[in-house]
Design a protein around this ligand. Sequence first.
Ligand code: NAD
Ligand code: ZN
Length: 378
Amino acid sequence: MATVGKVIKCKAAVAWEPNKPLVIEEIEVAPPQANEVRIKIVATGVCHTDLYHLFEGMHKDGFPAVLGHEGAGIVESVGPGVIEFQPGDKVIPLFIYQCRECRFCKSPKTNQCEKGWAADRYDVMASAESRFTCKGKKILQFMGTSTFSEYTVVNQMAVAKIDPTAPLDKVCLLGCGVCTGYGAAVNTAKVEPGSTCAVFGLGAVGLAAVMGCKAAGAKKIIAVDINPEKFEKAKVFGATDFLNPKDHSKPISQVLSKMTNGGVDFSLECVGNVGVMRSALESCVKGWGVSVLVGWTDLYDVATRPIQLIAGRTWKGSLFGGFKSKDGVPQMVKAYLDKKVKLDEFVTHNMTLAQVNDAIELMKHGECIRTVLSVSPQ
Ligand code: NAD
Ligand code: ZN
């Protein structure tokens, strides 16, 4: 290909500073170095974690950056030492590495590889290294992926090769939201057949958690959101009951406890709000209730009274649904192609990269589940 070994000039949405609209710029993307893969991004979802960095985390050292971490694309070229990927392969860039060598990768208990951007600085949500420049300035690579760009360069430890028949404008959602919610229910909470579950927050992550609870055989799945417009979609994914905390004067944990004879077996927080995290834990039944933090925030402490845990509840957290990234994503792509997991139903809007700020506004106002942006022609 004509671009191999050369700098590619292409379009990307640059977040120059926190709390400002993204700007579509022409950026330069350097060729892949040793063990790196340059990917033409075809489609990307917009996830709340992009909004978190831009409007909530707002860490000054985390800008300028190219956001986006829920993408899918095609390998354009590979650097020295890469044998697993070839130009033309369909791939999903991964925001957690799987090096297969560190003690975390070797343990079946976790997906938290010690390599990658997260090893540098979690708060900044990027590593010091990047192959992007714009107007002479280095641009950071958000969460090791930066999918709001026509091209990106990712370490081969953070790339999953997927089925060549997979539609990239759907399977991109497996790069974050859907694996995160589904896996949080199946892998982290380990939802049991016949159990009662509550899912707080019905964005793509929460709806995927509902889908995971159903796949695991839960009998009652209570969907909780302050936006009642989300309930209809939750039904599609298997929710059986619906609760809007705004309709109740009592704390939602008390409402749930009454509804379920003492509390739910499993709860999942998919909002990113420490108050909701507490409610989700306290909605669990004593003795064995398990609550999983999925929503993302690193700004505030989370608290509960010790007796809640002394009484036998378990509080856990889940990153990327506990999936070992390189192994899990191709399996989830296959599950979608085999019609065992839904993806199409998450996509409420399709737009282009140039409309990324409109997509962000939709999510801010709770008017979408997922907007998928088409980035480069296939
Ligand atoms: P989203 O904005 O689409 O959905 C959030 C939902 O929460 C909305 O439907 C909103 O109405 C609802 N909500 C807000 N306040 C609420 C409250 N007090 N009670 C009940 N519901 C409330 O977001 P998303 O893309 O689905 O992401 C959800 C969360 O998951 C975010 O915090 C995101 O950063 C996080 N996330 C975590 C991981 C991970 O690996 N742990 C990965 C991806 C996303
Ligand atoms: Zn995400």
